[in-house]
Write a protein that binds this ligand. Structure first.
Ligand SMILES: [Zn+2]
Length: 248
């Protein structure tokens, strides 16, 4: 479940990310009134097995039945975990078109939810992994291997701290940076860890232990890069950054 909004006094409109149909919206009738039918089931971030029907005409799908497969309730019990999960689901909601299957993205979300729920990895670590993988699947990967102007390889750049230009979608070497207005800087170590996170080797990507510098730089960078490409600052990201600033 990606999103849940009130509809009238009794109903809910829910956005689901399904394995075989991608993003779909459905109405859960009397979900707020009923104490039996959907009680304790329609919770954000949970994985459900659900049955839908289509009403007359071409209206919204109607949720008929639902059972919980994975509740991921530890995410909802913790404000910071909730903030990260909300950001990831909002990214998916904004980017995905209705009814376009994205099985790899579905499994990626399932993976980070399971790790977040178990407390096995932190929200910070998972958020770097999720954002880098998401960008790769969306065909929006940042260009981190070379200067986006003169193509010199990152390895061969002299300075350790390298400018990233959002508008160019890539790194800019020191020589070319004179005519660039990037405000984000990444160190070579961070760039290496980001590249691993986004690589196709998922096993390797999820074993990375980020250095504190890579976590800090990586999150700042991705939380600027992702909204730039979505064309909108997700509300949940504002909330996430607020509670992070408050030291929660
Ligand atoms: Zn250059």
């Amino acid at each position: 479940m990606l999103r849940r909004i009130d509809y009238g006094d009794d109903d809910l409109i829910i956005t689901f990310f399904t394995l075989d149909r991608g993003k779909i919206s459905a109405i859960a009738k009397s979900a707020k009134k009923s104490t039996q039918r959907f009680a304790g089931i329609l919770e954000l971030f949970s994985v459900l097995q659900a049955v839908f029907t289509r009403g007359r005409g071409k209206g919204l799908l109607i949720l008929k039945e639902a059972v919980v497969k994975q509740p991921f309730s530890n995410i909802r019990k913790d404000i910071k975990r909730t903030a990260y999960a909300s950001y990831w689901t909002e990214m998916i909601s904004q980017w995905l078109e209705e009814a376009r299957p994205q099985a790899e993205l579905f499994h990626l979300l399932l993976h980070v939810f399971a790790k977040l729920d178990s407390g096995f990895s932190t929200g910070e670590e998972l958020s770097i992994l999720f954002q880098m993988k998401f960008l790769a699947l969306a065909g929006l990967s940042p260009s981190l291997s070379q200067c986006s102007i003169c193509n010199i390889e990152t390895e061969k750049m002299e300075k350790n701290s390298i400018m990233f230009d959002l508008a160019k979608g890539g790194l800019v070497c020191e020589k070319c940076s004179l005519n660039s207005f990037g405000k984000i800087y990444l160190s070579k170590g961070t760039i290496k860890q980001l590249l691993w996170s986004g690589s196709s080797d998922f096993e390797k990507a999820q074993r990375i232990r980020y250095t504190p510098v890579a976590l800090d730089e990586g999150l700042k960078f991705l939380e600027a890069f992702v909204p730039y490409h979505l064309g909108k600052q997700p509300n949940s990201l504002r909330f996430l950054q607020k509670i992070r600033k408050a030291g929660i």
